[in-house]
Structure formats: C-alpha cells, structure tokens
Design a protein around this ligand. Structure first.
Ligand SMILES: [Zn+2]
Length: 284
C-alpha cells in the first residue's frame, strides 16, 4: 500500500487570515502564516523562508486591498486569492482593514472556505461547511455584542482618533467618526508645523478623550501630536493590522472594542467577551 500523500500546504499571508484559515482547516492541511502578529504588513519585507513557503503552497490566501505591498512583487504557481477583495468587493475608503466589521469578517470566512474546498477535497466539504457556519455564528454575535458596548459611549466621544486610516469598517459599522490624523493632514508622512497645528485643532474639536496608538510605545510623531494638542494617548493600543500577539481574532476584536469603549467613557462587558472567545476556540 502506498503511503498517504502529505496534507497540502496553505499559506495565510496577512490580516486575520491566519486564524480564519487554521480554524477552518483544523488538521486537513498544513497552514503557514507569513506576517507575524504585531508586525506591520504595510512595511514588511518577505524573508527567504516566506518565499520558500509561497513556492511550495497549493493555495495562497492574502487579505488584498494592498494590505501587504511586498506581495505585489511575488510570483507563485499556486492560486493567490485576495480574500477581502472577493468578500467585500465594494470598499469606498479602499481601507484594507475590513475585518474590523464582523459582518465583513464573516464574508471573509465564506470566501476562505470556498477557496479551500477544492484544495482539501470533497471528503472534507461537510466539515468545512460546518466550521464555516459555526464561525459565522460567533462573528454575528460579536457584531451585536460590539454594538451594545459602543452604545455605552456618550455620543460626543464616539470618535476614533488614530495615526492611520485603519478603522473605516469599524467606524461605519458602529456609527463612529474616524479621524486618522496623519492620513488626513500629513500626506507623504512628513509632519510640517502647519499640519501639526491643523491636527491639534481637529483633535481638540473632535471631542475625543484620547488618541489611539497602534502599538506601544507610541511613535515619536504621536507623542508630539499628543503634547501639542494636550490630548493623552490611550494606555492600551488598538490592534489595527491583524491579530494581537498570542490572541485569536475574536480576542483581538473584543480587546479593541473594550479598549475603545473604556477610554471613551463607556463600559465593557468582559464576561460575554470571554464566552465568545471560548465558543470560537471550541470550533473543531
Ligand atoms: Zn494598517
């Protein structure tokens, strides 16, 4: 009897595709994740081991909308599926971080499952379908839970001030104003004195209690903006670019909601958040 062929290799490049793919596949394929949690996909360079994984993959799943510009220079023989572009074809802001709206994450789960189906084979079809539905059910509850937490924030403080535009999907889902200060006032990344003055005025006018960093310690630019505007940087960062280190996408999303809500004067129901995290982790 011939040995069984090794399970196919699937590469999940960026955003929240590592968790989505692993949760859908379980043991039916090997999954390699490229951009580590906490890394900046916008500026990352691919390593030799990443190229190796890409060249031996049967399927490459990436977020798309140019979340990881380094992928533009990659040629591989396996199909490359830009999951967010397939799942969310209408994206006016061209903001690649669409998974900050759980309804769009749910559409990404469906698109990922469709792309995996021919790779895993028809025997895996029912299990894939069952996991996809279980994941979408958790994401649906995550959307309602998040909306309830955001309702506790006074209307005047339903504003998200950050450096870069990464929360358009979050803002439009929950009725929050988004003020990505560098993308709005400092094109090309250079912070002129006139831009700094305009940013400070806009932040003070926005009614926000804090400015959100994407990582800690905050950048020099953000610290300068904070000191000139007199508005503090939130004690916890918002994870804009994917999963937080060591966290599932549900843990990352609930942490982001609680960080935002708590800093802006609302209340966060941690108990339901952990129930959602457990439900997600239990999907087999
Ligand atoms: Zn980003």
């Amino acid at each position: 009897m011939a040995a069984a062929p090794p399970p196919p290799l699937v590469v999940a490049v960026d955003g929240v595709l590592c968790d989505i793919t692993r949760s859908l596949v379980q043991g039916a394929a090997r999954v390699t994740c490229l951009i580590p949690p906490g890394a900046d996909p916008h500026g990352v360079a691919l390593r030799g081991s990443d190229r190796q994984a890409l060249s031996s993959a049967r399927l490459v799943l990436m977020n798309g909308y140019n979340l990881t510009p380094a992928m533009q220079r990659i040629r591989v023989s396996a199909p490359v599926v830009p999951v967010a572009e397939r799942a969310v074809p209408r994206n006016k802001a061209l903001d690649p971080h669409v998974w900050h709206d759980p309804a769009l994450t749910s559409a990404m789960v469906q698109a990922t499952a469709s792309a995996l189906k021919p790779v895993l084979g028809s025997a895996q079809g029912p299990a894939l379908q069952r996991r996809s539905q279980a994941m979408q059910a958790v994401l649906n509850q995550l959307g309602s839970w998040s909306a309830q937490q955001l309702q506790t924030v006074p209307t005047a403080q339903r504003v998200l001030v950050s450096e870069h535009r990464a929360f358009s999907a979050f803002a439009s889902r929950y009725g929050i104003r988004e003020l990505p200060v560098l993308d709005t006032f400092a094109t090309g990344g250079t912070l002129r004195p006139s831009s700094l003055a305009a940013i400070s005025a806009a932040i003070r006018k926005s009614g926000t209690k804090v400015i959100f960093a994407e990582a800690l310690p905050p950048s020099k630019t953000l610290r300068r903006i904070s000191s000139v505007s007199g508005v503090a940087i939130a004690k916890q960062p918002l994870f804009a670019d994917g999963q937080a280190p060591g966290q599932s996408l549900i843990q990352t999303a609930t942490a982001n909601v609680c960080t935002f809500v708590t800093a802006q004067g609302g209340r966060c129901d941690q108990q339901t958040a952990s129930a959602l995290q457990q439900q997600w982790a239990a999907i087999r």
